[in-house]
Design a binder for this molecule. Structure first.
Ligand code: CIR
Length: 263
């Protein structure tokens, strides 16, 4: 069945938090100096939650000089048996993808993006028969079109969405936890742009950070501290686990940023 692979959560490729974490890029949520030890504790809890839901967690070492290297979601997009390796959209992050590509080379056909095209995996949301691709400060049209060529070749559609200046990535304000369903943050995304979705769970703007979800069937992981969002998810039939994400939020990273699912 098309898309089965893309909703699989068998293995997650992750990376240790960088000791230089305090220097991670942050343009939206920062309120204070991010703390490396606290981030490590959060990451451990995140790994434990993935494992508890049946995921095998593979963790690569941090890369020196790359404070954002634990956000592996941005470094590869898996489409069936292919791993698309992007040029990351922020100059301080471009290069993180190299050892990811090396790791994936054993089990995937590697497709590298041409020069000039940029894309962060955080701008890609898989929805059933299509990939939603955000055009953002990180992902340009050439990057999206590279992804579109590969997605179409594999039988999927592609839908471009403008990521507003109010947010970093598409996944910061949007996820698709089950077939037919989109979770979207009010004030960031517009319903006409999501008219293809069978169901949209709108998260109030003040809790937009909780629109980023990881689903295992009807079991959902969301960030801790977002009561309205949690209730909305439960009303929609999900059982919900929450994880403390405060340290990662300081550097604009959400739950999904911490892994790329590879099987
Ligand atoms: C960045 O600005 O690139 C990092 N500080 C946060 C990356 C978050 N990744 C994601 O949303 N997929």
């Amino acid at each position: 069945m098309p898309g089965t692979f893309d909703r699989a959560r068998g293995r997650a490729l992750t990376r240790e938090v960088s000791p230089e974490f305090a220097d991670a890029v942050s343009s939206y949520f920062k309120t204070r100096e991010p703390d490396f030890e606290a981030a490590k504790r959060s990451q451990e809890a995140y790994f434990a939650a993935l494992r508890a839901h049946g995921t095998e967690v593979v963790t690569l070492p941090a890369i020196r000089g790359y404070p954002d290297c634990s956000f592996t979601e941005d470094t590869a997009v898996i489409i069936d048996d292919k791993a698309l390796i992007p040029n990351l959209g922020h100059p301080s992050r471009d290069g993180e993808q190299e050892s990811i590509a090396e790791y994936l080379d054993d089990s995937f056909e590697i497709a590298r993006m041409p020069k000039g095209a940029t894309l962060d995996g955080g701008d890609v949301v898989f929805y059933d028969d299509r990939f939603l691709v955000g055009i953002s400060t990180r992902t340009n049209r050439e990057g999206a079109s590279f992804l579109a060529d590969h997605a179409k070749e594999a039988g999927f559609g592609v839908q471009l969405l403008d990521v507003p200046e109010s947010t970093l990535h598409l996944t910061t304000v949007c996820s698709s936890p089950r077939t037919g369903t989109i979770v979207a943050a009010e004030g960031h995304l517009r319903s006409p742009d999501l008219s293809f979705a069978e169901e949209i769970i709108w998260i109030p703007a003040e809790e937009s950070y909780a629109a980023n979800t990881i689903a295992y069937g009807d079991r959902l992981i969301i960030a801790e501290g977002y009561k309205k969002a949690r209730q909305l998810m439960m009303d929609a039939g999900f059982s919900v686990t929450t994880l403390e994400m405060g340290e990662f939020r300081e550097v604009d990273a959400s739950l999904t940023c911490l892994s790329v699912f590879i099987g």
